[in-house]
Design a binder for this molecule. Structure first.
Ligand SMILES: [Zn+2]
Length: 561
């Protein structure tokens, strides 16, 4: 019997992280057996009021749960692990997870917030580990990034070998990590790479990423100059950066105060597992801050992206119990800004400057994350791996497109490069690569408090309208017999106009409502109240827009008596 092409192809299905930065998750499917790589979340954009974060859409896995063989996690960043507590039990809560030691520690620590869930089944792997999962054989290899214990994947599949780079950069002088092992990479390449899936986050940046050593040197300049306290805002997951700040503080005799729950947690885990080193007495409790002179204080805190609940925001808003900004403070933003957060971060910087502190941010000096390979390194990775096919992963569409151009400049033919976004199904055969016409669902699944996916597009649009133009409720009591409005319609409004000062507008609106109702009811017959409500919504909406140029949410309530 002739096998269908579908059965001879490996299917690669990105459910998140392609066409956006964050919530990375990719499926590899061979004859219905599925392997998952990463399960991350992303933070909402500025126009998503009330949303905590966005997770990958796994509708495609519905009914296929038993075919899922395992989850491989490349490293401990939230855009690679963040969705685990929300998704794993919807697939299989004892699904085997394979990851490195530090990543495992971070995942398990976070899981403590979800203590009602079953303990995760995580097997530790490291550089050089080899595992077999169904039709896949996975070999893990070390790659540098801005968090330790990051693993690239060499996956042997029935159609050929796939290299998945995780997030990476080449670093020959990392701080507290081993340098990139180019010989190892060439060795892997010599076994022939059929498909290379490579990190695109830095593809739009020319040249080579900065070595962690350079970043340390730049931070050192700031430490040298600063007379007062140093307050460094970064990601809780930038373990390398936190280590650099601790080491520099030790060199300058500063005590270190770690601020922010997630930052404290990550430091605790990393220290316990030996990935962060600090001398005894360096790390101190924040309530002890007044016992030390300003010149001997470093505060490392969360909130460099302007996250509302983070320490930095609490200090700015003067809500922090021990810390206020003051003249002489040096504030360092040591992480790049996630696309979509630029405006918020700008507001933060302005406010800190108003409070008289000095601000350094990544555009002024290379003190930011720098965890991702830039164009030169990406080209080098492609030249080392010499893949038959190439698929850029991790990044906004412009980053994926830039990475595809780099691949062309490295000698790959355009037909052998696939640039796809979330939900696309890539068919990888022994001889060719293609994209299926029909994608799988990949729209946002939003997490709001305890609710997962119960806030959809409509709720979100409502929140946007409410936040922007407020709401306008019209209550009309209608006589069922005559079809006429009894008395005058009531109007309640919030966030739209101040009612007391808008009596004339209200009077006109009431008249409008009475007109609409009497016009629609006509003479006898069945009254279509749904139609009347729509009419009120539309016509009052137009009327209010004509008068105010605003579009509040209009809620008509018709009560029949
Ligand atoms: Zn990362």
């Amino acid at each position: 019997m002739q096998k269908t092409t579908r059965e001879q192809n490996l299917r690669l299905i990105p459910l998140g992280g392609l066409g956006e930065v964050g919530r990375n998750m990719t499926l590899l499917e061979w004859q219905e057996k599925i392997l998952i790589i990463d399960m991350g979340f992303r933070f909402p954009e500025e126009d998503m009021p009330g949303i905590d974060f966005i997770i990958p859409n796994i509708s495609y896995l519905k009914g296929k749960e038993k075919n899922v063989l395992g989850l491989i996690v490349t490293h401990g960043h939230y855009d690679h692990i963040g969705a685990i507590p929300y998704l794993i039990n919807r697939i299989n809560d004892s699904l085997p997870i394979f990851t490195s030691r530090l990543t495992r520690g971070i995942i398990l620590k976070r899981q403590e917030d979800f203590s009602h869930q079953r303990r995760l089944n995580i097997e530790e792997v490291k550089d050089g580990s080899l595992i077999n999962i169904g039709p896949f054989k996975i070999e893990f290899f070390h790659l540098n990034h801005n968090i330790p214990d990051n693993l690239g994947l060499f996956i042997t599949t029935p159609v050929g070998n796939i290299v998945h780079t995780s997030d990476f950069k080449f670093d020959e002088t990392p701080v507290y990590d081993v340098p990139t092992d180019f010989r190892r990479l060439r060795n892997l390449a010599s076994r022939r790479v059929h498909l290379l899936m490579s990190d695109s986050t830095g593809a739009e940046n020319e040249g080579h990423s900065f070595s962690e050593k350079t970043i340390s040197e730049n931070l050192n300049e700031i430490f040298k100059k600063s007379q007062g306290r140093i307050i460094a805002a970064t990601f809780a997951s930038l373990i390398n950066r936190i280590q650099q700040l601790i080491s520099l503080s030790e060199a300058y005799g500063r005590k270190v105060f770690i601020e922010g729950y997630s930052m404290k947690t990550n430091v605790e885990i990393s220290r316990a597992l030996g990935f962060i080193k600090a001398k005894k007495g360096t790390l101190v409790q924040s309530k002890e801050i007044s016992r030390h002179p300003d010149s001997k204080i470093t505060i490392i805190c969360t909130g460099a992206q302007g996250e509302g609940q983070a320490s930095l925001m609490r200090i700015i808003n003067k809500e922090h119990p021990f810390i206020r900004f003051k003249k002489g403070d040096t504030v360092v933003f040591s992480s790049s800004v996630i696309p979509g957060n630029e405006r918020t971060v700008q507001i933060l910087k302005d406010e800190i400057l108003r409070q008289k502190a000095t601000v350094y941010h990544y555009k002024m000096m290379d003190i930011h994350a720098g965890g991702h390979a830039q164009s030169e390194e990406l080209k080098e990775m492609i030249e080392i791996m010499k893949p038959d096919f190439f698929m850029p992963i991790h990044g906004q569409y412009s980053m994926l497109a830039a990475h595809a151009e780099i691949a062309k400049s490295a000698g790959l033919e355009e037909k052998n490069i696939v640039v796809v976004e979330n939900g696309s199904i890539v068919n990888l055969g022994k001889k060719k690569i293609g994209i299926e016409e029909k994608p799988v669902p990949s729209y946002y699944v939003m997490v709001d408090g305890l609710g997962i996916g119960d806030v959809g597009e409509i709720v979100l649009r409502d929140r946007q309208t409410l936040a922007k133009d407020g709401m306008f409720v019209i209550i009309a009591v209608v006589d069922r017999q005559t079809g006429k409005i009894k008395g005058s319609p009531d109007i309640i409004s919030r966030g739209f106009i101040y009612l007391r000062e808008s009596q004339e507008l209200l009077k006109q609106t009431r008249r409008k409502v009475i007109e609409i109702v009497s016009g629609a009811v006509g003479s006898g017959g069945i009254v279509n109240w749904a139609y009347i409500k729509d009419e009120i919504r539309n016509k009052v909406g137009q009327f209010l827009y004509a008068k105010t140029q605003r579009r509040p949410m209009i809620l008509p309530v018709v009560i029949e008596v």
